[in-house]
Design a protein around this ligand. Structure first.
Ligand code: M6R
Length: 608
């Protein structure tokens, strides 16, 4: 992951570089650093931990200079110490890097044998070492850059500053995204358009294999063979404003409460609320013609896809092949080129999801992207883009993006059902009417369940392990509940299909094990209740999340019962997301963890 930024400015750049880094902190926050060129000398400030530490360092020891590069790190190679923080300096070369240099170990051994000394544990240092070596051997800056790019393999977005050139930054991309920003007499470089939004909205995205020489008045872009190439400039819609938390303690809390509005915005794009019909999706995938669908994504986005699988199969009778992206691309799945594939990603930059997308593209499938970031690489490389319109999601734990992904997948599957003739018009209208209720129902739930959730969270915060169970679409939701809890509270949690309980996990049940059962009063309810009985018989503590009918029908004694309104099956996954998100959130708050930036994680995962 990591975020990188560069400015070839006509005034001091350090403060602006840090401002841009703040917009990239979602990409990692293990350490940060900035380097500038002042009077022909490279200088830098670096600090372990979050960006605020770098800001303090800069306040104590300001950094002058009109040209500079900066970095916020998510550690891959080497501990998150100040010594391993970027920018890395070697003999008049400064480098920041996002990605992984896969052959770093071989290059490091080779350069060490030549007598070079490495001062960090990072893979990135080999880039600076190689550039310094090629310069010592007499190559010019561009030649050295080109030679280095031919030597390294792996994934990289790079920015390089040479001590003997006060007017140029060099950049390269293979994998992680990189955008060049065009200003007035100044030029910018950043991992995304959001980082550059305060400076310019005129953006050109580098494509894989590109490298660039960026001066104050423009940029020259080359392909890996050194040929000049043009990358079109476009006007980015990324906002220049840093989003704030409003009256909320954390972004996550704010984003949970934004869901009624976000969902209504997302649905408005796909659904005609007056006619109660799904709008035809322009330029999209012809769901009527495809024999099957592949879905791939990571983390929470994958779990949204898993719910989507249930819907596409049920409403459109469309067989769905789904896997996490890191497995999907290596499974050698026999793919039918007449099929379509959907890739779901909030950031639109997740490396494994992008690689799966490219794999399906190579096999001739039509590609659809269900994304929040409409200017992302995944969106740009797709045949059809299905925006989820959730607005910026800052908290690392995905909340509103998840429910908006679900809303979009629900609408798409209903549209596919109509197109394939597996849903009648009356059935479509019935389902859409329920979708339209969702914002109101969500707002009602958010207004009523907080006190019960807070009380329960206090208990959960004392636990070491938690089990989540569900059937049907509540099964992916059980996994999402477990993922949410573990990522922000660090409590071990697992989500299981309720029917799988007796095939192993039941061995874990004792009086210390809370079991959260997601059981709307749907066609699975009775069977899920039987599984709850198995838990109760072994002393397990049941937390039942159900609806009014389910609560009335339940005869079991529970540790707690969270009662939601009775809703149709099509909207249940979105409605039941709210208690599981709030449970994770309040448990983490009780435990005092860093809710928005949990340890070891980053919002956008651009390495495999
Ligand atoms: O940006 P993406 O949606 O592609 O990200 C995928 C996962 O990294 C992400 O959903 C992750 O699992 C979240 N932190 C979960 O809350």
């Amino acid at each position: 992951m990591c975020g990188i930024v560069g400015i070839v400015g006509n005034g001091p750049v350090a403060e602006r570089l840090v401002d841009a880094l703040k917009r990239l902190e979602y990409r990692g926050y293990d350490s940060a650093g900035v380097a500038t060129l002042v009077d022909g000398r490279l200088d830098r400030r670096r600090a372990e931990g979050k960006l605020v530490n770098l800001e303090k360092r800069l306040a104590a020891e300001p950094l002058a200079g009109n040209i500079g590069i900066a970095h916020t790190r998510w550690a891959t190679h080497g501990a998150p110490t100040e010594g391993n923080a970027h920018p890395h300096f070697v003999d008049g070369v400064a480098v920041v890097h996002n990605g992984i240099i896969e052959n770093f170990s071989e290059i490091r051994d080779e350069l060490t044998a030549e007598g070079r000394t490495f001062t960090t544990e990072t893979d990135t240092e080999v880039v600076a070492q190689l550039l310094a070596k090629y310069r010592r051997e007499g190559l010019g800056r561009r030649e050295a850059m080109h030679a280095m790019l031919r030597r390294v393999t792996g994934a990289y977005a790079l920015a390089v500053l040479f001590e003997d050139d006060p007017s140029t930054i060099m950049a390269a991309r293979s994998g992680p995204p990189l955008a060049i920003g065009y200003g007035k007499g100044e030029m910018f470089l950043g991992s995304d358009a959001i980082a550059l939004a305060p400076f310019t909205s005129e953006i050109a995205y580098l494509v894989d294999g590109d490298w660039a020489v960026i001066g104050r008045d423009g940029a020259f872009v080359f392909d890996i063979d050194g040929n000049r190439v043009d990358r079109p400039r476009q006007i980015s819609s990324a906002s220049a404003y840093l989003i704030d938390k409003g009256n909320h303690r954390h972004f996550m809390e704010k984003e949970i409460h934004e869901q009624p509005e976000a969902i209504s915005h997302a649905l408005g794009h796909y659904v005609d609320f007056l006619a109660h019909r799904v709008k035809p999706v322009a330029g999209g995938i012809d769901f009527a013609a495809v024999p099957s669908l592949a879905i791939s994504a990571c983390g929470t986005a994958y779990l949204a896809g898993l719910v989507g699988k249930y819907w596409f199969e049920r409403y459109a009778r469309l067989p769905v092949e789904i896997d996490v992206a890191s497995e999907f691309r290596y499974r050698e799945i026999p793919l039918n080129p007449a099929s379509a594939a959907l890739f779901i990603s909030q950031s639109g930059e997740t490396a494994d999801t992008l690689a799966s997308l490219r794999y399906c593209k190579e096999h001739g499938l039509k590609i659809g992207a269900v994304v929040n970031a409409r200017e992302s690489t995944i969106a740009r490389e797709s045949d059809a883009v299905f925006p989820i319109l959730a607005g910026p999601e800052i908290g690392v734990a995905s909340t509103k993006a998840f429910t908006c992904q679900l809303a979009v997948l629900a609408a798409l599957s209903i549209g596919a059902g109509r197109a394939r003739g597996t849903l009648t018009e009356a059935e479509e209208k019935h389902l859409v009417r329920h979708l339209a209720e969702m914002p109101r129902v969500m707002a009602g739930v958010l207004n009523t369940i907080q006190p019960a959730i807070e009380q329960l969270s206090r208990e959960l915060s004392k636990c070491k392990d938690v089990l989540y169970l569900g059937r049907g679409t509540s099964y992916p939701l059980a996994m999402e509940g477990a993922l949410k809890l573990k990522e922000i509270s660090y409590i071990h949690a697992e989500g299981y299909a309720a029917g799988e309980l007796k095939h192993g996990p039941i061995a874990l049940i004792d009086e210390n094990m809370p079991v959260i059962v997601i059981a709307p009063h749907d066609r699975f309810y009775e069977k899920t209740v039987s599984n709850m009985q198995e838990v109760a018989a072994r002393g397990g503590r049941i937390i039942l999340i159900t609806d009014e009918k389910g609560a009335a029908a339940s005869k079991l004694s529970t540790m707690a019962t969270i009662v939601l309104p009775n809703v149709d099956e099509i909207i249940a996954p979105m409605i039941y997301s709210l208690p599981i998100q709030l449970l994770a959130y309040h448990t983490a708050v009780f435990m005092g963890t860093d809710v928005d930036q949990p340890r070891n994680l980053a919002k956008s995962v651009t390495v495999e």
